[in-house]
Design a protein around this ligand. Sequence first.
Ligand SMILES: Nc1ncnc2c1ncn2[C@@H]1O[C@H](COP(=O)(O)OP(=O)(O)OP(=O)(O)O)[C@@H](O)[C@H]1O
Length: 284
Amino acid sequence: MTDVPEGTAPVALACEGLRYAFGETKAVDDLELTVRAGEVFGLLGPNGAGKTTAIRCITTLLPVPAGMVRVFGHDAAKERMAVRRLLGYVPQQLSADAGLTGRENVELFARVFDVTRRERADRVARVLEAVDLTAAADRLAKTYSGGMIRRLELAQALVSAPRLLMLDEPTIGLDPIARTSVWEHINAVRAATGMTVLVTTHYMDEADQYCDRVALMHRGRIHALGTPQELRSELAERRRGEGEADHEPTLEDVFRDVAGSGLDEQGGDFRDVRSTRRTASRVG
Ligand SMILES: Nc1ncnc2c1ncn2[C@@H]1O[C@H](COP(=O)(O)OP(=O)(O)OP(=O)(O)O)[C@@H](O)[C@H]1O
């Protein structure tokens, strides 16, 4: 968790009135979001809420058809290369090549991101060290466990020294020990570099434990925003007002309160399920 005082840190990411539609489907619908420099920010929401689409707009992989996205003041629609240089992105889908060693995978990203030849070997070695893969660096990635692959992908994203790291479900399909390990490495790098982290996850316990603030997204919009503690306290207070103070609400209760009882039926389609299963099976 960061100690950045509220309101004093510069803005790392601002989305104003961001919209993105796939035909009739409004995937992102008037999204308003501000992430402060140095914080770990969790974007939560049910399947199909629009999280990945928003991330793709922010990373410039999708255009910004309406509204505004700024990364450290740079406009994602007009200054795409400047924005890309500030970002590290670990997508849901596999981004490591099974037929290359861990080191070769990271070197490839270093070349793509124009890390100079002089700096490259040192930078690659440092990020491999930061994710605890030095001993395994010269083994083929196909011999790695699911948790090691995720850490390798983290190293790939870190090699360009991003100021904003975007992680789309970084711990999906991992066992609890591997999940904790991925988070510990994210936090250690964050503490050492001061980078900002935007993460999506379906694991409410992780969001509660590791995110400074979270936004609950539903049907393309933000419906609740605050520290996990604030969101839990607000729901507890409301429940007490309604005479339902049976237990202290968890972040999952807040999530259900926002997304409603139809959580499992609404949002998400074949594409969502396929992508989740594919990701889970390759890391499981
Ligand atoms: N390429 C696409 N073509 C058509 N519809 C899409 C496409 N990508 C996303 N959608 C739709 O846009 C909506 C938002 O999807 P998105 O993947 O952004 O949600 P998400 O919150 O990331 O979900 P998940 O948690 O399952 O990853 C969904 O209704 C989805 O079906």
